[in-house]
Design a binder for this molecule. Structure first.
Ligand code: ADP
Ligand code: MG
Length: 707
């Protein structure tokens, strides 16, 4: 068969698989996003039950999981009445007996039990009143094994849903479907890698791996299959990212910012209110290297909260302007964009540059004026939200794009900005405060160069973090009063849980009332911001807070990223157990931004889940964002690291970035070596890699925009 025919078979709509049909097809599509044969092939079981080993009753141990037993069933009886009615029976082999119990399907089961006495049963023994029993054991036909074309020694367990179960698509039913599927397609599964590579790496073939991941012959085959499939996922992701990076740096010409001119120098000498840290200087040198190279810059700037990334953005933009270009900054929220705008336009005022702000709420007349002046080149710097991506935002000569808090933007959105500067793409600087562990950074940002600000500005005192319970509230209020008396300001944050915004607002409301009682006007002034407020209302409150006309700011998590009020020294986080670790760290980063000692107070209820307690302990223990991120990765897994999910980059089916760190590094090196030797993948031995990559790129249209 040719490759096209093979692919065609795997692309067959799922309805056409034996045992599916129209109705179940709809469920598979809706519930699991299984559209084609291929999708089902890649719907992997989360574990297997070993049916290859027959246990004895005397082998049964606590927590032993599901087991297979072979023996006789006797003493079948029905006990209890009405709803308490159940069927019990004794099961015995040569080593002992246990009890079996059925609550449902009593009529049917008793018929089966009456038909013969020899059985193979499968189930999970539990200890009840000091005796072992199995409820609802599976009654297996011992002849079943021989009649199947694929190994049934391990039973695959698939994730399913309540809806799917109602349409009789439980794990077992899905297992029957994958068995049908494999029988039909196992001989046409195409290989994604050259044979030499599979051999050199001692990997299983893709065909064997896909068969064994569902129906392994034995445990060893199962782990080989797992390795092969993980390798596939990670290797091709790395190959794609590295190829993209190569395309960026080699193929894409970049504007040359050759001179450090008037604006940059004046700002550096006359407007900068502090000395740059060594880390900031180093990063600036790296950026200058990039923008002077003739190739497009694609750089990720990582730095913990408060490390001073914004000023790097400002210098980079001045470099663009010095060389005759415009620049823009895109921030993920209106509040952040506004803050950047206010701060940067103030900082640059002495230079006489034109800085404008654009967001979804910019008035039509103003927008029209800004867009016209932008096109004419009269606007030097444009700051705003997603609104900057829109097609009607046209620059005269865009040289640099800064994206703040990258984790909220997908790779696709970055790509859109590329097209705003004509045939040569603008330089791109992506800034993120989410400290990303190495493995994750390699994968998520594999197409970018990375700079790290690993030093906080001098004179910063580490934030003191403490964990308190409700009973300590008076003490906490007392402490807040003390800080306010010293002229400082306080944030109080309430969690936002999307399922019930109304409830969250209730929390906020109750909190407000309690605080107002303890901090009465006119001695104290309290402000509230939350996600349901209009942008102008939020800005109004924020503005008062910045001017220290409000001492206590209550909010939901809208203040999470980027807000910069150096005089605020206390961050109280209510129901802290409900926040994720990286979010807690981001929130904590809102204080400790000036010279004063700052505090983060975590309030929680007394009973905490194990994980919740670990999170709060970690916060108390360390201020280091990278440590926090690593810990978070271990606790939650990468799919949950804030924002990465939207990026779609980490949708691994089988690889696990928390556990497969070595494999990530290995596949990356391997991909790197291949591309060093053959950047275009044009050598005959790489033909298959090129084809696989091509298919991947096609699947994701966003990539084709770039390449
Ligand atoms: P982040 O990296 O979290 O975005 P910012 O850029 O908002 O941090 O900087 C945090 C605060 O530190 C700002 O008030 C900024 O003006 C200040 N800052 C930045 N660099 C320095 C420095 N080298 N020395 C002192 N203060 C600095
Ligand atoms: Mg910032």
């Amino acid at each position: 068969m040719t490759t096209t025919q093979q692919t065609d078979l795997l692309q067959t709509p799922i309805e056409f698989l034996k045992g599916v049909g129209e109705k179940r097809g709809v469920v598979l599509r809706k519930e699991f996003n299984i559209q084609t044969f291929n999708d089902l092939l890649y719907y992997f079981p989360y574990r297997h039950i070993d049916k290859s080993h027959v246990y004895h009753v005397s082998d049964i141990v606590n927590d032993g999981g599901y087991i297979l037993l072979r023996g006789k069933i006797h003493d079948v009886r029905i006990v209890g009445q009405m709803r308490a009615m159940r069927l019990t029976a004794m099961f015995s082999d040569e080593t002992g007996s246990i009890e079996l119990v059925w609550f449902n399907g009593i009529r049917w089961v008793s018929d089966v039990l009456r038909s013969r006495t020899e059985f193979v049963i499968f189930g999970k023994p539990t200890l009840f009143n000091g005796k072992w029993n199995i409820t609802h054991p599976e009654l297996i036909d011992p002849n079943q094994q021989e009649s199947s074309p694929i190994s049934l020694r391990f039973q695959p367990m698939y994730n399913t849903s309540e809806t799917a179960k109602k349409k009789s698509l439980d794990s077992k039913a899905i297992a029957r479907l994958t068995a049908n599927l494999l029988t039909q397609v196992k001989d046409v599964i195409p290989e994604t890698m050259p044979r030499e590579m599979v051999e050199e790496l001692h990997l299983m073939t893709l065909r064997d791996a896909l068969v064994n991941i569902h129906y392994p012959e034995d445990n060893q085959k199962l782990s080989q299959a797992t390795l092969r499939l993980k390798f596939d996922e990670l290797f091709f992701t790395q190959l794609k990212m590295l190829k993209l990076k190569l395309i960026n740096t080699n193929r894409f010409e970049g504007f040359v910012f050759e001179k450090v001119g008037h604006y940059f120098n004046t700002f550096y000498k006359e407007c900068l209110p502090f000395d740059l840290t060594n880390a900031q200087k180093r990063v600036l040198r790296e950026i200058r290297g990039d923008v002077g190279s003739g190739h497009q810059m694609n750089r990720l700037l990582q730095g913990d909260v408060g490390s001073g990334k914004t000023i790097i953005a400002v210098f980079s933009m001045l470099l663009a302007i010095d060389n005759g270009y415009q620049a823009c900054i895109m921030a993920p929220t209106e509040i952040l964009a506004t803050q950047h705008y206010e701060k940067i336009s103030r900082q640059l005022e002495p230079l006489g540059l034109r800085v404008e702000f654009l967001s979804g709420s910019t008035k039509v007349s103003q927008r029209r004026r800004i867009l016209a002046d932008l096109r004419d080149g009269q606007v030097n710097i444009l700051i705003g939200t997603h609104a900057l991506i829109e097609d009607n935002v046209v620059f005269s000569k865009l040289g640099l794009v800064v994206i703040d808090e990258q984790h909220r933007f997908g790779v696709e959105q970055r790509a859109k900005l590329w097209r705003k500067s004509g045939p040569i793409p603008p330089h791109i600087l992506v800034m993120t405060a989410t400290p990303i562990p190495r493995t994750l950074a390699m994968t998520l940002y594999g197409d970018l160069d990375v700079s790290v600000i690993d030093e906080l500005p001098a004179g910063r005192k580490p934030i003191v973090t403490q964990h308190y319970y409700e009973k300590d509230r008076l003490k906490v209020f007392g402490f807040m009063k003390q800080q306010i008396a010293e002229g400082r300001q306080v944030y109080v944050v309430y969690p936002l849980i999307q399922e019930s915004e109304a409830m969250d607002l209730l929390d906020l409301q109750a909190g407000y009332e309690a605080i107002e009682r303890s901090f009465p006007p006119p001695t104290y002034s309290i402000g509230v911001v939350h996600g349901r407020m209009k942008a102008e209302e939020k800005d109004f409150i924020m503005d008062h807070f910045k001017k220290n006309e409000i001492q206590i700011l209550l909010s939901t998590t809208v203040i999470e990223v980027g807000i910069d009020v150096p005089n605020a020294t206390v961050m109280v986080i209510e129901n802290a157990e409900r926040f994720g670790l990286s979010q807690l760290h981001q929130l904590r980063g809102r204080v400790g931004r000036g010279g004063n000692q700052s505090y983060c107070i975590l309030m929680s209820k007394y009973e905490l889940s194990n994980e919740g307690r670990k999170r709060l302990d970690a916060m108390v223990e360390t201020n280091d964002g990278f440590e926090i991120a690593n810990f978070d990765l271990q606790l939650r897994g990468p799919g949950d690291i804030q924002g990465t999910r939207q990026s779609g980059m980490l949708d691994f089916k089988i690889a696990d970035l928390t556990k497969d760190e070595k494999l990530v590094a290995y596949t990356r090196n391997y991909a790197q070596q291949i591309l060093e030797k053959d950047p275009d993948l044009s050598l005959p031995e790489h033909k298959r890699l090129a084809e696989t990559l091509e298919k991947m790129m096609q699947r994701d249209t966003n990539w084709s925009v770039i390449s």
